[in-house]
Design a protein around this ligand. Sequence first.
Ligand code: ADP
Ligand code: MG
Length: 333
Amino acid sequence: MGPSEFDLIERFFSQRTIHRGDVPLGIGDDAAILTVPKGMELVAAVDTLVADVHFPAGAHPSDVGYKALAVNLSDLAAMGAEPAWATLALTMQRGDEEWVKAFGDGFFSLADQYKVQLVGGDTTRGPLSVTVQMLGLLPPEQALCRHGAQVGDLIYVTGTVGDAGLGLLIQQNQLAAPQSIRHHFLERLHRPKPRLKEGQALRGLATAAIDISDGLAADLGHVLHASGVGATLSMHRIPLSEAFTGMASEVDRMASQQDSLWPPHLITALSAGDDYELCFTIPPDRRTVFEALVRGFDCDVTLVGEIDMETGLRGKTSQGDVVAVTTSGYQHF
Ligand code: ADP
Ligand code: MG
């Protein structure tokens, strides 16, 4: 792209990124050159955020920059990989320097934290959209895949679920939250924490893993489908934040219909996306080793259920009654 405003953006990014020893050639040439260490495999993921589809066009650019990288880091976390390099394709109506600067604030705050070097990209004119490609490293045969869950495995979730979903409802003015907890939900929506340390620690322990981008029920569903198994969730164990629990009765009141035993706020927690927590499976004979390891994590980890032979997803009450969990066809309002 010719115009100087775009040249400025490239120069601006090349000046802000950290420099890694394994990048013989970064931003500035026709392509970047990266050194993959001997004995490691290259892991690649890409995600696009489109304005007014994945974020409001008026969203704060630093939040957009942060999240565009965070969702890709989360994919690497779910593979157990270590992030290394990123490329960035930016499409904008015009070269808005203020916007790009703030975008970089969010992007590089996270990139620097995880020692990710921005090694290249593309800048084009058009409707606002951001594509980040994330490249990382993994020892052979150590990846956490979706297809490895076995009957009897225990299902765990990091952190809490449903917070980003309430953040979205709050942002869209569909849900009113007290000022004191409003910030918590919006922070969870805009600034998800990729669980990289946790994902890497699960190598050799977890039989399957996925990051929760589309909701626990849907993403666990991908694992179940890929592994050819089913699961039963202990519904009273689904990890909810204190803030979420505080909003539960309000969420239940807003729901226009209740089509199962499960209260609407619980179905919301299972079906709301954008949390970017990890969901993974651990064989019961590794449980002790795993639970000792978890003490070093930055977040809580909760045992939420078990893999079983019968396909599909079921929920178990604290009394032990088992009822199907359906999040599709659920009318939110
Ligand atoms: P080419 O026409 O050869 O693709 P460009 O003018 O698109 O070159 O880019 C020049 C250099 O700037 C390349 O090294 C490219 O990787 C980098 N670059 C362009 N846009 C971005 C961006 N949004 N983020 C990071 N690097 C970028
Ligand atoms: Mg180009």
